[in-house]
Every structure is written in C-alpha cells, then in structure tokens.
Design a protein around this ligand. Structure first.
Ligand SMILES: [Fe+2]
Length: 270
C-alpha cells in the first residue's frame, strides 16, 4: 500500500502514510480487531478541555505513560462498549502536508491519511451518545432498522468530513470482542489514485471484497481483507457537511441516495 514503517519497537510496527511523521496504524501479532484507537487533538490546551469534559461526565481516564512514537501526550479511557480510546497530542502537527512527503520512502500510491474507522458495538445508541455528549461528535446519518426506531448504524463526524467513526450494531455486532473492528478506511486523492492502489492490491493476489462503488453515504470506496485478517477500505470523495447540518435518518430500502457498484463478494476474512 506504499505505507512507511516509521518505527518498530516492542513487537509493534508503526506505519504511516508518510506525509507527516505520525503513524496511522500500529500492528501487533496476536489476533485481529482493535486494541485501541486514538483521536488527535491540537495541543495541551485542547487536551485540558477534553479532560474537563470527561470529568464532567464522570468518565475515568488516565495519562498514558508508555507513549508511542511521535506522541507527545495521551490520555486513555473506555467507550461504553469497552473499546479503549485515546486523545493524543503529536510532535508533528504538519498534518496532511500533501506536497512535501516527510519520508522519502513514501510511495505515490500510498493513501493520504487514515480516513474513518468503523467499529462493532453491542449498543449503538449508548456509544453514539457518549461520543456526542462527552467528546462533541455530531451525527451525520443514522440507519434505522425497518419497522422499528432501533439504530443499526450511526455515522459520526468531528469536523466537516461526513464520517470519522461509524458505529455498527445489531447483527453485525454478533461477533466476539476480539473483532470490534468492522473496517479501517484510508483516504485517497481521487478515483485515479484509487485505481493505482487497486492495481497494486490486485497484483498482490488480494481480491477486492466490494467495489469500487459509490456508497449510500456518498463516498467512492472499495473493501478488501488485508492478509492479517482485518478489513480495509480505500475511500475518496467523502462528502463534507456543516457543523449544524441536521442528522439524516435512513431506512434501508427506502433511501433515494444514488449509489452504484458491484455487490459484495463472499467474505474472505478469517
Ligand atoms: Fe467505511
């Protein structure tokens, strides 16, 4: 995928897209799924604001002592599902310095950045309420179960991009805790950039699971299972929304959103 290994220590490989010095993905052996994930905040002042919010809602958190590469400071706490989340400040804030790669080894086919993350949880409402009330996420779209008001999937944003975290519940979440990751998505410049990476994935002998397709959410994407057993998505044209855009409620089968692309093939994930 053209990612750069920024560091390897204590059995963990830290990989980045290479446009700044931060890692986007940390890999360790021992199974599939999610160990923890982090959201970058702009500095110590912003971190203090989040600490106050966590305290206000009686969320236990702690300062992380063994900091990962390029992380300046970090606090850690658990989402209602039990998934550990961190808020971090980083040493390199030249975020998405698109024209000046921080690493010469970066390949032009590499994604620009980690995009969004889609997680599997037992209670979509509880997870969504926590992320919105405590951390300030906004709800972009909700997919409701047919004939009930139950939330099946919630698409949450922190900034203007429509998706930062996707919360999946219902049948999708009937999976053991070791596999709380539905997929991790990567940002591509455009569909041409995506094509070059899909060619590389194809040459490696890895089939696409789905796409390229225009998703109902609006982005163009393709899914595949990386050899370690986790699902990746490569994505471009993610829609942007205003901070006050109202939540769109979608009932499967009744949505008029234009989408196209090949249907999903049988899953090859382990
Ligand atoms: Fe996605």
């Amino acid at each position: 995928m053209g990612l750069v290994e920024i560091s390897r220590q204590n059995g963990v490989s830290y990989l980045g897209c290479g446009l700044d010095r931060n890692f986007d993905l940390a890999l360790s052996e021992g199974g599939t799924g999610l160990d923890h994930f982090a959201m970058r905040v702009d500095g110590e002042n912003e971190l203090e604001i989040y600490k106050k919010r966590l305290m206000k809602y009686n969320v236990k958190f702690g300062d992380k002592r063994n900091l990962e590469p390029c992380i300046k400071s970090a606090i850690s706490f658990k989402l209602p599902s039990g998934i550990p989340m961190e808020l971090v400040t980083v040493e390199d804030n030249t975020y998405q310095r698109v024209n000046v790669p921080a690493y010469n080894l970066r390949s032009p086919i590499a994604p620009l950045d980690a995009d969004h993350m889609s997680i599997l949880v037992p209670d979509v409402l509880a997870e969504t309420n926590f992320l919105c009330d405590v951390l300030g996420f906004k709800i972009s779209d909700i997919i409701q179960a047919p004939n009930t008001n139950q939330w099946m999937i919630a698409f949450l944003r922190m900034g203007i991009l429509k998706n930062d975290i996707v919360i999946n519940g219902g049948q999708l979440a009937q999976i053991s805790n070791a596999r709380q990751l539905h997929h991790l998505a990567w940002t591509m410049s455009n569909s041409e950039h995506m094509k070059f990476l899909i060619d590389r994935i194809n040459w490696s002998g890895t089939p696409l699971e789905y796409g390229p397709a225009r998703q109902g959410v609006g982005n163009i994407s393709a899914y595949f299972w990386e050899p370690g057993g986790n699902r990746f998505e490569i994505s471009t044209e993610m829609p942007t929304l205003n901070s006050d855009t109202r939540t769109k409620f979608i009932v499967p089968g009744f949505d008029k959103t234009a989408s196209w692309g090949s249907p999903a093939r049988a899953s090859t994930g382990s």
